[in-house]
Design a binder for this molecule. Structure first.
Ligand SMILES: *Cc1c(COP(=O)(O)O)cnc(C)c1O
Length: 422
């Protein structure tokens, strides 16, 4: 009804402006002028697939990681029926859901134990609540970051009932800044990867190994919030989970839907003696994940264990795509569009990792710039968003550009078809 009312209002306004149709056409016009589309949208809900042509691989506004096809198969199998989510098949008794994904995670990270929660913010909240409530957590002033979407590390810490002990300065913090604050009240040393910015110039912070050594000497566990959770070692500037565990941190936490390329979740890995209290904490119930998350996560992690992730996990495949591969696809698409009246050009540019990962690291890419007639870049970009599925592109130097790095190769045809219906 709302859709019809809105369409009728629009028509009334048009008639008042002297642009109305003949009386006999009014009903048809109401339906055509958007009521049909609005009704369809109302029946479908608001979450829709979109084509990400922005070149930002981990785009939080666009849902972060696309899920690997093998993980979708596992999801379908688990989601469509019952599963052993909290059931011990050997004993025929109640089991624990928090055991799922653990052996894959310990294999991949080298940690003794691991537990999965709803997202990395929840991971941090759980760690601080369970291990530092009513006590002090020491953190460098250079790491009191806002991650995006208004998520500020200090605010989450306050929710946990832990007291922040800020040490050092924005650009320089030394090991003895941490150790000098230690008292009976000290619960943890917290490291936060400053994921979405980079301080350059006159900077200093202790290496993880130095902090771990200091923590051990004083009996203070070290928690490392690395944000992105890179399971492969190679991405410039991104701490890998494995390196963090190897440096001896007691707990590491990271997101499942950033560089890992899995479902939204937060993963905590580390020493068993610290993971067990997290599992047993009452807050665990409020931040636990469902069977759908476990299904996708385990299947995605299995690709890493099998050594196939760089070609089968979409986020990894996109990050590994070369400019030459992207250029080949851009040329093919450009050729099709040119035949349909678009003015096209290829230009070199750079894609972004996104998701607060690897700030400043641009991945060389080839962009396809598209325009038609005298239409402005802003108008073309807005039109792309009205398509079904909508295409989200970016404007660079006053031109609409498509970066195929973030378009799944099997979506190239959809993109060509959408743009051919001009
Ligand atoms: C992304 C990020 C978070 C938040 O993770 P979510 O999984 O989105 O809750 C927290 N800390 C750091 C350092 C991050 O990069």
């Amino acid at each position: 009804m709302n859709a019809l009312r809105t369409a009728a209002d629009r028509l009334r306004a048009a008639i008042a402006n002297g642009q109305g149709p003949a009386d006999s056409d009014a009903a048809a016009t109401i339906i055509e002028s958007g009521a049909q589309a609005a009704l369809a949208a109302g029946a479908r809900g608001s979450l829709r697939p979109v084509l990400n042509a922005t070149g930002v691989v981990i785009h939080t506004n666009l849902g972060r990681a696309p899920i690997a096809p093998v993980a979708l198969e596992r999801l379908a199998a688990i989601a469509a029926g019952y599963s052993n989510l909290e059931y011990d098949l050997a004993e025929g008794t109640r089991g624990s859901r928090t055991v799922h994904a653990e052996s894959l995670l310990t294999t991949l990270t080298g940690a003794e134990a691991a537990v999965v929660v709803n997202n990395n913010a929840a991971a941090l909240l759980l760690i601080l609540t369970a291990l530092a409530n009513g006590r002090e957590v020491v953190i460098s002033r250079g790491e009191l970051v806002e991650i995006g979407g208004g998520f500020r590390v200090p605010d989450v810490m306050r929710q946990s009932g832990a007291t922040l002990r800020e040490v050092g300065t924005t650009n320089r913090t030394r090991t003895n800044d941490y150790t000098a604050t230690v008292s009976k009240a000290t619960a943890l040393f917290l490291r936060v990867h400053p994921s979405n910015f980079r301080i350059e110039g006159f900077t200093e912070r202790p290496s993880l190994a130095e902090l771990v050594t200091a923590g051990r000497a004083m009996g203070v566990p070290v928690v490392d919030n690395i944000g992105s959770g890179c399971l492969l070692d190679e991405l410039a500037g991104e701490p890998s989970v494995h390196a963090s565990i190897a440096a001896g941190v007691d707990l590491v936490c990271f997101s499942g839907d950033k560089l890992l390329g899995g479902p939204q979740c937060g993963i905590i890995a580390g020493r068993k003696a610290l993971v067990e209290p997290l599992r047993a904490h009452p807050l665990m119930r409020a931040v636990r994940v469902d069977k759908l998350t476990f299904a996708i996560l385990e299947a995605t992690l299995a690709e890493y264990v099998a050594g196939r992730a760089s070609s089968t996990v979409p986020v990894q495949r996109m990050l590994h795509a070369t400019a030459a591969e992207i250029e080949t696809r851009a040329m093919a698409l450009g050729g099709q569009l040119a035949a349909r009246g678009w003015q096209i050009a290829l230009m070199s540019g750079s894609s972004a990792v996104g998701g607060g990962s690897a700030p400043g690291l641009g991945l060389p890419t080839v962009l396809l710039s598209i325009s038609r007639g005298a239409e402005s870049a802003a108008a073309t970009e807005a039109w792309l968003r009205t398509l079904d599925p909508p295409i989200v592109a970016r404007i660079e130097d006053d031109r609409v550009v498509l970066d195929l790095r973030t378009v799944l190769p099997e979506q190239d045809k959809t993109l060509a078809d959408l743009l051919s219906r001009t």
